[in-house]
Write a protein that binds this ligand. Structure first.
Ligand code: SAM
Length: 267
């Protein structure tokens, strides 16, 4: 008898063209696909006719119950010998409970093959012209969740010194998170960007300082990736706008100092 197997697959940030070749191949041959809230219809449309598509997105208040259902569906379908794809937004191992599902299936003797996806944590800022690192501006970045498990303390002081801080699932509690970040030592004037629905046609970018976020002055819709740090101000330069931002970064930004002689034909 063939070994029961589940493919734990990352769907990327939303744009179907950002799916990996392997993910697209597996979606196209699966018997059953268990998919999350952030997997768009355009990706599901790659499934073969007759494939069973099972929505297992988590809604507020019933996450535990949904997770139990996911475990049951995964196990039952795999043990029946079906080709099972567990499709998650972004990368399955970045705030995706991929490790929990993998461990559960391993205990049952079900083989798991992981297919990494492009995580929203890095791709969504990049697509919005915000690099997470940039020479002379940011040499480190960290990714944190804004949605800690109840009773589990979030150690925001650990993120006081990192150059660029990326927060996922931070929209709901952004005011209190920003207040805490200022209290632990982040610069109240540092720029923040919230990139909503990155890589999709509904993408929107909201820019504010950390103290404006703390004051409740931002209107942001989920899902959004929240970036805090001076790299946010580079966005105008990459997009070719914002002379003021360019002026403020010129002294510390080595790549703006390329002499005209090194760019033959451009001047
Ligand atoms: C449960 S986490 C899953 C993260 C996912 N595993 C990843 O690697 O991107 C969901 C959060 O990811 C972020 N997110 C995922 N896709 C996004 C997108 N296309 N645009 C903006 N934020 C996104 C949001 O912060 C959202 O609340």
């Amino acid at each position: 008898m063939a070994t029961a197997r589940v493919y734990l697959v990352g769907a990327g940030p939303g744009d179907p063209e950002l799916l990996t070749v392997k993910a697209a191949r597996l979606v196209a041959c699966a018997d059953v696909i268990l998919y999350d809230r952030l997997v768009p219809p355009a990706i599901l449309s790659l499934a073969r006719p007759g494939a069973e598509l099972v929505y297992v997105g988590k809604e507020d208040g019933c996450a535990q119950e949904t997770q139990r259902r996911i475990f049951t569906e995964l196990a039952m379908n795999a043990l029946r010998g079906r080709t099972v794809v567990r499709l998650k937004g972004g990368d399955p191992m970045v705030f995706g409970r991929g490790a929990e599902e993998w461990a559960f299936l391993s205990q049952l003797g079900v083989a798991v093959e992981l297919v990494p996806g492009i995580s929203s944590a890095v791709a969504v800022p990049a697509l919005a012209s915000i690099p997470l690192t940039a020479r002379g501006v940011a040499r480190s970045f960290a990714v944190a969740t804004g949605h800690a498990k109840e009773g589990e303390p979030q150690h925001w002081e650990a993120f006081a010194e990192v150059d660029t801080l990326v927060i996922l699932m931070g929209v709901k509690h952004r005011t209190s998170i920003a207040t805490t970040l200022i209290a632990v030592g982040r610069n109240p004037l540092e720029p923040c960007a919230f990139i909503e629905s990155g890589s999709t046609e509904n993408e929107q970018v909201v820019i504010a300082t950390l103290e404006e976020v703390a004051a409740g002055a931002t209107d942001v819709a989920s899902p959004a990736v929240w970036v805090c740090g001076q790299v946010v101000a580079l966005r105008d330069q990459l997009r070719g706008s914002g002379a003021a931002a360019q002026a403020s970064f010129e002294p510390q930004n080595p790549w703006l100092d390329v002499p005209a002689a090194h760019l033959p034909g451009l001047f």
